[in-house]
Design a protein around this ligand. Structure first.
Ligand code: URA
Length: 446
């Protein structure tokens, strides 16, 4: 290693001046920061240089590997069922409003004999966390030991639980720093952050749901495409079969955003019903996961209809201490938002709906804050529907009614109601150039 490698200023200067960081420089910087041997001011400067100058694919791969190497890499290769090895496959979503897809998807994929080791986080901001949603089920427990996870994967096939702190600890430290230094918005840093956690989780295959649109982390299609391609590349370089779907997040998914309200909607999907868009995305992602896991010639919609996915769900919830038959918590207070005019609903802004759910208590503003299981927003119309003035557009749920006013403020301007031009005529349906739910698929090298 050259003397320069150990000098934080030369590492920062290399990137500041638009140079390419060598493997040794990256490995040293990530390791030194994780061990407290590089000052936060210096890592902040390096992160800002990366935001402004970018990183090439090799630099991103090295940065990601250094974050994986900062902790333990889980290994599920010894999993067996009936004496045969189990194939592991997971899904990661970049986060969207009303995105409850993990809830029906993990048991659905498990019902075809694959193992889904889904390690999740808790939500921050306008998109909720999967663990927060599941914790609204009475008794359900997010913290599992490795032995408990192993037993559940072998017996049930699906597990959704909290990621242990020894997986990619460098990412946790770097993300906390990025959060307070304006350095989150960088495709190389986002891609390496997400993929370091997924690679450390030890899955054999991974499907990424990269959201595009107003409620997404990256509203722009080109940026989302670049993020997806970067993550697929990182996964494949690390030996994880990876593909991505770019999916629309201009409009919130399904009919609800919050915690218990999203579990209730997921149960409808698992019962063979539920909103069309949630079913469509669940089936599309399941198809990708099954294909990567080597299960071909099946229609994933089938196990939603015949109850097998529901059986897997019940087994998964029960294995984690939850009671699948217990009533879900209901809010003590509800309020409604009504349509101000008649016509066709042209747009419903995902970000505004997510903000409203958050303001009602479904999400947190600082890590560690408690969330309300009962809080959320349910909407009664979707873009394309005809509505009458005075009809209920949203029902707001909370335990703390003083939250209604800020939630209503978030929703002002969230919907656009236009003249009813009629189906099939120019301009009918939703506003602008509405995108399909599944926009495109991104595969390695393609
Ligand atoms: N999610 C992550 O895990 N990391 C990022 O950098 C952004 C979103």
């Amino acid at each position: 290693m050259s003397a320069d490698v150990h000098d934080p200023i030369s590492v920062i200067a290399t990137k500041r001046d638009g140079g390419v960081l060598g493997d040794a420089q990256i490995e040293w910087a990530v390791d030194a920061y994780t061990r407290g041997r590089m000052a936060p001011e210096q890592m902040s400067a390096l992160l800002m240089a990366i935001v402004l100058r970018g990183m090439g694919r090799r630099e991103i791969a090295t940065w990601t590997r250094a974050m994986v190497d900062s902790g333990r890499r889980a290994d599920w290769r010894a999993l067996r069922r009936d004496g045969r090895p189990l194939v592991t496959v997971d899904k990661h979503s970049t986060g969207g409003v009303g995105d409850k897809i993990t809830l029906p998807l993990a048991p659905l994929v498990a019902s075809y004999g694959l193992a889904v080791p889904q390690l999740s986080g808790r939500g921050l901001g306008h998109t909720g966390g999967t663990l927060d949603k599941l914790e609204s089920i009475p008794g359900w427990r997010a913290e599992l030991s490795v032995d408990e996870m192993t037993a559940q994967l072998e017996r049930v096939g699906a597990v959704v639980c909290a990621a242990s702190p020894d997986l990619a600890p460098a990412d946790r430290l770097l993300y906390a720093l990025r959060d307070i230094t304006g350095t989150v918005e960088s495709i190389p840093l986002i891609a390496s952050s997400i993929m370091s956690k997924k690679i450390a989780e030890g899955t054999g295959a991974l499907v990424l749901d990269v959201k595009v649109g107003s409620g997404a982390f990256l509203p722009d299609l080109g940026a989302a495409r670049e993020l997806a391609a970067t993550m697929v590349d990182l996964g494949e370089r690390a030996g994880v079969a990876t593909s991505a779907l770019l999916t629309n997040m201009d409009t919130p998914l399904g009919r609800s955003a919050g915690n218990a309200v999203e579990v209730a909607e997921s149960l409808e999907v698992l019962a063979g019903d539920g909103p069309d868009d949630v079913v469509e995305l669940t089936v599309a992602l399941a198809r990708e996961m099954l294909e990567l896991g080597g299960v071909t010639g099946v229609d994933p919609a089938e196990n939603l209809r015949n109850g097998r996915a529901m059986d897997s769900w019940r087994a998964m919830v029960t294995a984690q201490g939850g009671d699948p038959d217990a009533p879900l918590p209901r809010a003590a207070h509800t309020d409604v938002v009504v349509a101000e005019s008649s016509g066709r609903l042209r747009r419903m802004d995902a970000r505004a709906v997510g903000d409203a759910a958050w303001r009602l208590g479904a999400g947190r503003s600082v890590p560690g804050e408690a969330v309300q299981a009962q809080a959320g927003v349910v909407w009664h119309a979707v873009p394309g529907d005809l509505i009458e003035a005075g009809a209920t557009l949203f029902t707001l749920h909370t335990e703390t009614p003083e939250r209604f006013a800020p939630a209503r403020a978030a929703l002002s301007g969230a919907v656009e109601i236009g003249a009813d031009i009629g189906d099939g005529e120019p301009g009918a349906g939703t506003s602008g150039d509405a995108r399909p739910l599944v926009i495109e698929r991104v595969r390695f090298g393609g």
